[in-house]
Design a protein. Structure first.
Length: 274
């Protein structure tokens, strides 16, 4: 665990009540969540496995109030020990996490058995074990305080069972079910838990051609990280259990995909269409 370059603008204890923890915050969706939470007045603990998180922290400090505390932390969240280590770090630094955003993840589109054992372990831990344990650890503190917010970034693929999405979709399906259950458990205690399920997001992660990205955004099929973060946080702070972004298109597409019988999926695979 690397906790170097922590922000020294203010003593952490002076700002204890207003920290948001965002994982996978060095770029894309996670960075945008961090920006919008900072704009709402939250101090930040931003986590990534990339050293670039230190640069992002400096940019956030410059972009917002000098009173904003931004703490960058380099950590590999695909390790099963990472959730406990991250939680203990906040305790030793006296950081009280009011908002937890479980965003860290990897997009995946490949046959299950073509993956390495190491990658399979990574995606299972990163999408399921670590976010679930972070919810468990920080959720207990929030329940005791009777206040807090947890946002889990799931995916529209959580309802899709298809070739080449087996590992990715299944891990997101677990996180979606886990989030719904936790929402029901914690809302009576004043803790809001929300599943944000995006479709395609313009982050470069999907390797979509520029003209297709532009067309998709014009049609409302592909959204920007800014739009996703804004709508996701709005749903979270309003206590919604789930928000799909963009909603109409992906609800219709998911419904159609669920109607496809398994034999037809096998035929599509044999023909090489997907």
């Amino acid at each position: 665990m690397n906790a170097q370059n922590a922000n020294n603008h203010l003593p952490i204890t002076d700002m204890k009540q207003h920290f948001a923890l965002v994982t996978g915050a060095s770029s894309g969706i996670g960075l945008e969540f961090a920006r919008q939470l900072a704009a709402r007045g939250y101090n930040l603990l931003i986590v990534s496995n990339e050293e670039a998180i230190h640069d992002r922290a400096e940019e956030l400090r410059e972009a917002f109030s000098p009173q904003l505390s931004v703490i960058p932390l380099v950590m590999d969240l695909s390790l099963q020990s990472s959730a406990r280590e991250l939680y203990e770090y906040t305790r030793t630094q006296e950081i009280e996490v009011e908002v937890l955003v479980n965003n860290a993840g990897v997009y995946h589109d490949r046959d299950i058995l073509d993956d390495s054992e190491a990658f399979t372990s990574l995606i299972l831990n990163l999408h399921m074990y670590t976010p679930a344990m972070l919810c468990y650890l920080f959720g207990q503190d929030m329940r005791a305080r009777k206040h807090g917010y947890i946002l889990n970034v799931c995916s529209v693929t959580s309802k899709i069972v298809a070739q080449r999405l087996g590992t990715y979709a299944s891990t997101k399906s677990f996180l979606a079910a886990f989030t719904r259950s936790l929402h029901i458990e914690l809302k009576p205690y004043g803790v809001y838990v929300t599943n944000v399920s995006p479709g395609a997001v313009d982050t470069g992660l999907f390797n979509i051609r520029p003209w297709m990205t532009k067309a998709g955004k014009c049609l409302g099929i592909i959204v920007s990280p800014e739009t996703l973060a804004r709508r996701g946080l709005r749903a979270l702070f309003h206590g919604r259990s789930k928000v799909t972004i963009p909603a109409v298109f992906w609800h219709i597409l998911t419904f159609i995909i669920l109607l496809i019988p398994t034999w037809l999926l096998r035929l599509i695979r044999r023909l090489g269409w997907f």
